[in-house]
Design a protein around this ligand. Structure first.
Ligand code: LLP
Length: 419
């Protein structure tokens, strides 16, 4: 099987490029992505969907670098967006707006107008007031907005509370018992066209059962809508398939698609998925260098040059991501370390209690960093965000430069001298 970050003779590579070379050329910390891995993960969905009418709308929030969008667009991807910023990224990267679905609970009128202007495929509407606003905006423009209502199926995805979205306590979607009325209302409006039904129940799902529970509830709604004379063109099952960070055993995309296909047999519905993590997570690493080893009474710290501002998942979700040394050729004493960053917070860690054989100056990688990594980075502690490098075989493409220090305050100003 293909490995995006293989180790050859003790030296870790990104595809065919030694990671030490990338560190030398672009500095650390640095995000490194594998083109082949992104391609393979996207194709896992599109190949499994095969001849079935479908659209794989990559969830842009996961990793929205223009090169990643460009690559996926070339493979035929559509995109799930949640802001005008994401829409403009799709356009800037050459993506097709007709393959864009627009999710999110807080869509603003001007975002809706822009999405209508460029002709997106569908708005995934999350509430009645949003639907009313969309109708108004479409009417003002003399256009018809395609809508799909996001139902909150109230299924427990069994994932971390922060990334579970399909429970009735979550802010997302419309409760199943309100959906029918909302559709009936929408179906009677001149500037709305009801085209689909969607849901998204959470992220990092490691079982098929919650997906299939949600699907069954969606199909029951599809049938009840049909009774009311409302026929839908597509069903959007959202994203959410999990990945291996440690010892999880998520089903592969093929298994999800196969199970869904089986349940959809005999129906004329286009199937949409909005995967993010399962496409990008294991196609990326965060490359970082050890600044200091700091032995302590109760703990040893490996202090690295990447912090929670660069990669916040461990701090925010207590997420576990594998950390390993880039070069294992030289013998080093092994010890247990907390791998911590430079940020002035005790919550600034990338990993805790990791057995590592390392010395000061050594390079480490944090695995599974291609999803919700760079996109969640900030400038906290006035740290410039890291560069992003996309590796394609033996070639490195710098797809985002390291932020300069001057850029940190480029949008700010001092007070007027006279004040
Ligand atoms: N569609 C919608 C409407 C979503 O809200 C999301 C993710 C996706 C698709 C993509 O889900 P995926 O396939 O990636 O599971 N920052 C968190 C994850 C937040 C996910 C939010 N919604 C993390 O780092 O774990």
């Amino acid at each position: 099987t293909f490995e995006a970050f293989p180790r050859h003779d003790g030296v870790l590579h990104a595809e065919s490029v030694p990671l030490a070379q990338i560190a030398a050329d672009y500095g650390t910390p640095c995000y490194v992505y594998s083109r082949a891995a992104l391609t393979q993960q996207f194709r896992a969905y599109s190949d499994a969907l095969g001849d079935m009418p479908h659209l794989v709308c990559y969830a842009l929030k996961t990793n929205s670098n223009l090169a990643v969008i460009d690559l996926l667009a070339r493979l035929g991807a559509g995109f799930d967006i949640v802001s005008q910023g994401e829409l403009e990224r799709v356009l800037a990267a050459g993506g097709d707006p007709a393959k864009v679905v627009f999710s999110g609970v807080a869509k603003q009128a001007d975002e809706m107008a822009r999405a209508l202007e460029v002709g997106i495929k569908c708005f995934n509407v999350e509430s009645r007031p949003e639907l009313e606003r969309l109708e108004r905006v479409a009417a003002e423009r003399g256009q018809v907005a395609n809508v799909s209502i996001r139902v909150n199926p109230d299924v427990d995805a069994g994932t971390h509370p922060y990334i579970s979205t399909g429970l009735k306590d979550n802010k997302f979607g419309v409760a199943a018992d309100e959906v029918l009325d909302l559709y009936t209302w929408a179906a009677g409006r001149d500037h709305l066209r009801v085209v689909g039904l969607d849901c998204h129940i959470g992220s990092q799902l490691t079982e098929l059962a919650p997906f299939l529970d949600a699907l069954d509830r969606l199909l029951a709604l599809v049938d009840r809508l049909a009774e009311r004379g409302i026929t839908l063109e597509h069903l959007d099952l959202g994203g959410g398939l999990g990945v291996v960070y440690q010892d999880e055993t998520p089903p592969p995309a093929q298994a999800l698609v196969a199970a869904v296909r089986e349940r959809l047999a005999g129906r004329e519905l286009t199937l949409i998925f909005e995967p993010g993590r399962s496409i990008a997570a294991n196609a990326g690493v965060l490359l970082t260098r050890i600044e200091y080893l700091k032995p302590g009474e109760s703990k040893n710290f490996a202090i690295v040059d990447a912090g929670m501002n660069d990669m916040i998942r461990p701090s925010l979700y207590q997420a576990w991501q594998r950390i390993e040394a880039v070069d294992t050729r030289a013998p080093r004493p092994s010890a247990c370390y907390d791998v911590v960053g430079p940020v002035c917070e005790s919550g600034d860690f990338l990993g805790k209690a990791r057995e590592l054989a390392v010395a000061e100056g050594d390079l480490l990688v944090v695995h599974a960093a291609g999803a919700y990594g760079f996109v969640m980075a900030s400038n906290y502690n006035s740290r410039g965000r890291p560069p992003e490098v996309l590796v394609d075989g033996e070639t490195c493409h710098l797809v985002r430069q390291r932020e300069s220090l001057a850029s940190l305050w480029a949008l700010e100003s001092r007070l007027p001298e006279t004040s």
